[in-house]
Design a protein around this ligand. Structure first.
Ligand code: UD1
Length: 427
């Protein structure tokens, strides 16, 4: 298993290209199930989770072809063709490794009339139930059975009628599943209190390009008029706002000056606002954003919330940055319980953070010191990298397979801006 060795203290300067968004890609890929015509997705990040999802699609009989496999390319193009669905079962082994597999439930139900998906187990950042996915699909007319660790969803005779659902809690994944199930329903569906993350907008834009009829895109009330069939499309995956925000924190903690090429400022305003409140200079233009910091960081009180609030996926990285602020910060996590697993690892590097329930108090320190640390989940791992970039001496980050799930060629990108980082085989 690989580990990363980082010698901190280098000021990051230069340009980092921002990849296609992982979370968007994971909901765009299953859209290929909704049509027998080819769907071509451009700007897909090269990530273990994308490979896993491709594998899952192959399991359903979808043929996939990848272009852009030169090692020097960032991003790839995948052509998916679901001429015939040969299986509607997502087995335990695949779902266990990749929780986002649950996103095949809606489109498979719509296209094949039934879907059987292994229930995703517990997860490091809370137990992450799927009850809202199932309730939303039921509201659209699906019949749901749970047996032997699997969810089986079936259309009633005559197909999915469509229906209304008011989400009691904003859920990105459940909204995505409901939208993908509703586009081919016989009637109109209305989703209230739907998630409106930019990734949901990306999903609705692809579906519209495939012939779907969706009103209210970008708002929390979506109206979806079912259509008889969808056709193929070619679509470019949006920029990864969380990757961009992560590198913004890395640049800021080193007092650096980094341009994030391709970042879309309007999709990451809450993160930009947080960075500015910490004293980081952020310039926005149509082609990217520039982060400049002079080393002095102010404390801040930050609370995560559904979009357009501050993304929970940015909480760990901003915490790492605040570890070096001049004063005490308070971070509140409102989306997931148990999302402070980076706290004890940051403490190994000299950070002063106390987590209690959903609140963490971060007392800024003058110096972080290199240490051996263990990555726990994707964004927590990134917070350790950010802290290590500013720490005195060498850090070793183990279990970096978490990072490979979400950051396309992390160490290459950081090297582009002068970081001292290398990947070595673990012993
Ligand atoms: C997605 C993102 C993840 C991000 C999260 C919140 C992907 C692949 N993952 O995850 O990176 O951190 O949105 O922005 O896009 N909930 C229920 N029942 C459900 C579903 C969710 O109670 O059926 C709860 C969750 O436990 C959580 C909250 O709703 O407390 C929000 O979760 P949700 O938005 O569904 O997250 P994911 O779609 O799993």
């Amino acid at each position: 298993m690989d580990k990363l060795i980082i010698r901190g203290g280098q000021r990051l300067v230069g340009t980092i290209p921002v990849s296609g968004a992982k979370n968007s890609a994971l909901t765009l890929i299953p859209c290929a199930l909704l049509t027998e015509e080819p769907v071509t997705l451009r700007n897909l990040p090269r990530l273990a989770d994308i490979d896993g999802f491709q594998h899952l699609m192959n399991q359903f009989g979808v043929t996939t072809a990848i272009q852009g496999t030169r090692p020097e390319d960032f991003g790839r193009t995948m052509r998916l063709e679901a001429t015939r669905i040969t299986s509607s079962v997502a087995p335990y082994d695949l779902v266990r490794k990749m929780r986002a597999s649950i996103l095949v439930l809606g489109p498979m139900l719509a296209r094949a009339g039934e879907a059987t998906v292994s229930m995703p187990g517990g997860c490091a950042i809370g137990n992450r139930p799927i009850d809202l996915h199932l309730k939303a699909l039921e509201a659209l007319g699906a019949e749901i059975e749970l047996a032997q660790g699997y969810v089986k969803a079936m259309q009633p005779d005559g197909g999915m009628p469509g229906g209304d659902f008011d989400f009691p809690v904003v859920s990105v994944g459940a909204t995505e599943n409901a939208v993908m199930a509703a586009v081919l329903a016989n009637g109109t569906s209305r989703l209230f209190n739907a998630a409106r993350e930019p990734e949901i907008v990306d999903l609705c834009n692809l579906l519209t390009a495939m012939g779907a009829e969706i009103e209210g895109i970008g708002t929390s009330d979506l109206t979806i008029h079912g259509v008889k069939r969808l056709h193929g499309a070619t679509y470019r995956v949006m920029a990864d706002r969380i990757e961009a925000g992560s590198y913004a924190c890395a640049a800021a903690i080193t007092g650096g000056d980094v341009r994030l090429e391709g970042a879309k400022a309007d999709e990451m305003q809450a993160t930009i606002h947080a960075l500015r409140s910490i004293g980081v200079h952020v310039d926005e233009d149509a082609k990217g954003i520039r982060i400049a910091a002079n080393g002095a960081l102010r404390p801040a009180d930050l609370t995560t919330a559904p979009y357009p609030g501050l993304a929970t996926d940015m909480q760990a990285q901003l915490m790492a940055l605040l570890c070096k602020a001049d004063g005490t910060s308070v971070l509140k996590e409102t989306i997931f319980e148990n999302r402070f697993m980076h706290v004890p690892e940051l403490a190994r590097m000299g950070a002063d953070v106390t987590a209690n329930g959903r609140t963490a108090v971060v007392k800024g320190v003058d110096t972080l010191t290199g240490a051996e640390v263990m990555a726990t989940d994707l964004r927590a791992s990134m917070s350790l990298i950010i802290a290590a970039l500013a720490a005195q001496g060498e850090s070793q980050v183990r279990r970096i397979y978490h990072l490979d799930r979400g950051y396309e060629r992390l160490e290459e990108k950081l090297k582009l801006v002068g970081a001292d980082i290398e990947r070595v085989g673990d012993d």
